[in-house]
Design a binder for this molecule. Structure first.
Ligand code: ASP
Length: 339
């Protein structure tokens, strides 16, 4: 008679079945060799570094956002929860072009875009051109979890928000003096150089927010939220709510969130391309990200954050700077804006 040896993992998961204990199961997930237990990266927009005393304020806010995500992941929470909560926090900070602090469009109002994706199931949800939703990232998650659709836009998305009892605010709630000044400046620039298809302020700090995470259960998630580009046309939708362009997650490869000139990220299906390069070309994550920025996109188009299934983090950009932060289970913790 042979003796059957059980691994620690099998014993723990059997114990969790007997105990009926989901919490115990959460603790029992040990990563395979070479994979980090958890990893998280955040961006607060690409472009020129924020000016003056804005830079330390942006760093402080990113550090706080990172702490929120790190805590969720450390305690065995899901990557989806970490992504949603980090982005909710940044949506409430007027320093970022997402939620409060969103840019002004050409009509002098705000239209917000967001998306979220679950790398385990490929479920995803997004909202586009919403005008009264305080937390577009959470409404995106509800689109993912409570409808059979992926993307709801404008009035329909707002009607859905009411059905879900999601908080709505006046459009003017998103106004900030900072963004009003940027809008005035942008209008003056746009009048000078029209028809290039390129934001004249491509080298300004853009301020969109995004988060990618790997949780202790081996699941990846990604999310992005933005007010779009300053002075954009009424009804213009960028890459942030387009799954495959601004956001993508697949447990087999990576989770990605982009920031920059949205039209470029849509044209080149950037977020999906990072994943596809890993899957088909077997390119390492950082190489895939660097190659897209250098070869497919134009200089100054933006930046990409990504986390691989093994917890590798990539944060790269072709602009002067990108507000960003990262942490993982090996003790890495960083917050940076410039090169
Ligand atoms: N990608 C966003 C958009 O084009 C803007 C940004 O990332 O700052 O709407």
């Amino acid at each position: 008679m042979g003796i059957t040896l059980f691994s620690r993992r099998e014993i723990l998961s059997a114990a969790s079945i007997f105990a009926g204990g989901y919490a115990l199961q959460l603790q029992a997930d040990e990563p395979p060799a070479g994979r980090k237990r958890f990893a998280i990266a955040i961006h607060g927009g690409a472009g020129k570094s924020p000016k003056g005393d804005e830079a330390p304020a942006v760093e402080k806010s990113l550090a706080e956002a990172l702490g929120i995500g790190e805590k969720i992941l450390k305690e065995g929470g899901t990557s989806l929860d970490a992504v949603e909560q980090v982005i909710r926090f940044l949506e409430d900070d007027p320093l970022f072009n997402a939620g409060r602090g969103a840019v002004f469009n050409a009509a002098g109002g705000h239209e917000l875009d967001a998306s979220i994706m679950d790398g385990k199931t490929k479920a995803c949800g997004a909202v586009a051109a919403v005008r009264t939703i305080r937390h577009p990232i959470s409404l995106s998650r509800l689109v993912m979890e409570k409808t059979r659709h992926v993307l709801l836009a404008s009035d329909g998305a707002e009607q859905f928000a009411d059905e879900m009892k999601v908080e709505r605010v006046e459009n003017s709630w998103f106004d900030t003096e900072r963004q009003r000044k940027n809008w005035e400046k942008e209008k003056a620039e746009a009048a000078k150089q029209s028809g290039t298809g390129r934001s004249p302020l491509a080298s300004e700090h853009l301020g969109t927010v995004g988060c990618v995470a790997l949780d202790t259960h081996g699941n990846l998630a990604a999310g992005t939220s933005t007010g779009g580009l300053t002075n954009k046309k009424y009804g213009r939708v960028g890459d942030s709510p387009i799954v495959g362009a601004g956001t993508y997650a697949d447990n087999a490869t990576c989770a990605v969130s982009c920031t920059g000139i949205g039209e470029q990220f849509i044209r080149h299906a950037v977020a999906y391309d990072v994943s596809a390069r890993m899957a088909y070309l077997k390119q390492p994550l950082k190489e895939a990200v660097a190659e897209i920025l250098a070869k497919k996109l134009r200089p100054n188009d933006g930046g990409i954050i990504a986390v691989g299934a093994d917890g590798t983090i990539a944060m790269d950009f072709s602009t002067a700077g990108m507000a960003r932060a990262a942490a993982d289970s090996s003790g890495r913790r960083e917050v940076k804006i410039g090169r």
